[in-house]
Design a protein around this ligand. Structure first.
Ligand code: NDP
Length: 361
């Protein structure tokens, strides 16, 4: 992975906007000048199944650390650092925040102020499927919810289209034809370029792919949760992804930070498990879990890489996995995660040792 040259990868003066207000003030606007080596490593981008859509091996998710409660400058620095390293896919959802919707607003600001010139390089995804507003059409999978939500997402980000629009979860009470029909409408209206699904079972994935193909808006990618601590996709879903020739962009490959050195010396005050959002709880970090994390960290050290890097390399070892969608609260975490894409392949013995460590998980 190349690094930024002098003058690149930073905010540089791109244009001057003379703005005369009551005190004759001039507003100087800095846009980001991205590293020219961001695509130097050709193997960093991978095709989604048999589609024309490519994703970076490591994508950046904006679920945490990009809300209105978070430090906007830090969020901006993380996004720009990722882009400079070739991470041109940013994964959002209507409800990311907190408050819900605010991650899309933060990203809209980054687009306006820093990355707007690079829009044609960026893959921006959003989703609808979890609670967003009151009433029966602010949740799940109705046509009314999905299409209204997409309009809201576009407005918050200030863009006319997203690259990927996901049904965030299967709605058991709405016909799948209706939910997939809404995705196809989004694609045909030009408000999304590709249709996608997340958190669907293997059986529902097959049906969704059939319906979307018939509607002329094929499913290009599935987004399941997959990590050393969450191996459910190995029980059927990855086989379906392979057979349907779609991509897999897997989320939480670090198990929200557990599969890193973050919790080896206790719970740092700025870590996710210390925050009140409740997505990663203190009780999730049991002594039994820590025993496994320490053993995995030991193996990673033998391989000459940090645990975070090894954990991401492990999900990417399966060729059906197109991209690992990471989260980050600091730019140096992005740097470390991206090294996973160029790490040494696992030997059979290493994979067996990992299986043994995870055995009763
Ligand atoms: P991860 O499993 O990658 O966890 C990210 C967290 O791990 C960071 O916030 C940070 O924790 C820690 N971390 C990251 N890198 C390092 C490092 N090098 N060293 C130490 N700690 C590190 O992913 P997320 O759970 O954040 O999910 C990623 C994305 O997946 C989301 O943003 C979203 O886009 C998507 N997603 C999709 C879902 C769906 O239903 N489709 C559901 C959930 C996520 P800390 O903040 O403590 O520093």
């Amino acid at each position: 992975m190349g690094h930024a040259q002098a003058g690149e990868g930073q905010g540089v003066l791109r244009w001057l906007l003379p703005l005369v207000n009551s005190s004759n003030f001039r507003l100087v606007v800095f846009m980001h000048l991205a590293s020219s080596s961001r695509y130097a490593d050709l193997s960093f981008q991978a095709r989604c199944g048999n589609s024309g859509l490519h994703l970076p091996k490591i994508s950046l998710g904006l679920w945490h650390n990009f809300g209105s409660v978070d430090d906007a400058e830090n969020a901006r620095a993380i996004a720009l650092r990722a882009f400079d390293l070739g991470v041109m896919h940013f994964d959002l959802a209507n409800n990311y925040g907190p408050v819900p919707g605010s991650a899309e607003e933060t990203f809209g600001r980054i687009l306006r102020e820093d990355l707007g010139d690079y829009r044609d390089e960026l893959i921006i995804s959003t989703k609808a499927g979890y609670t967003m507003w009151p009433g029966p059409h602010g949740d799940f999978g109705s046509r009314k919810y999905l299409l209204a939500s997409l309009d809201q997402s576009l407005k918050r980000m200030g863009i006319p289209y997203v690259d990927i629009f996901y049904s965030h979860r299967r709605d058991p009470n709405t016909p799948m034809e209706e939910t997939m029909g809404a995705l196809a409408t989004a694609v045909k209206s030009g408000k999304a370029l590709y249709a996608a699904i997340s958190n669907y079972s293997p059986e529902d994935t097959v049906r969704a792919c059939v319906i979307l193909r018939e509607l002329g808006a094929p499913c290009v990618v599935h987004q399941p949760k997959y990590s050393m601590f969450e191996r459910t996709p190995e029980r059927g879903l990855l086989d379906v992804v392979g057979r349907e020739k779609i991509g897999a962009a897997v989320f939480s490959p670090l198990a929200q930070g557990l599969l890193t050195d973050r919790y080896l010396q206790g719970i740092p005050s700025d870590a996710r498990a210390a925050k009140p959002t409740g997505f990663l709880k203190r009780e999730d970090i049991s002594e039994a879990k820590l025993v496994k994390i320490r053993a995995l960290a030991g193996l990673a050290a033998e391989r000459g890489q940090p645990l975070a890097s090894m954990a991401i390399a492990w999900v990417l070892r399966d060729p059906r996995v197109t991209s690992a969608i990471i989260g980050a609260s600091k730019t140096h975490q992005v740097d470390q995660c991206v090294t996973a894409a160029s790490s040494a392949p696992f030997t059979t013995e290493e994979l067996e040792r990992i299986n043994a460590i995870l055995a009763d998980d």
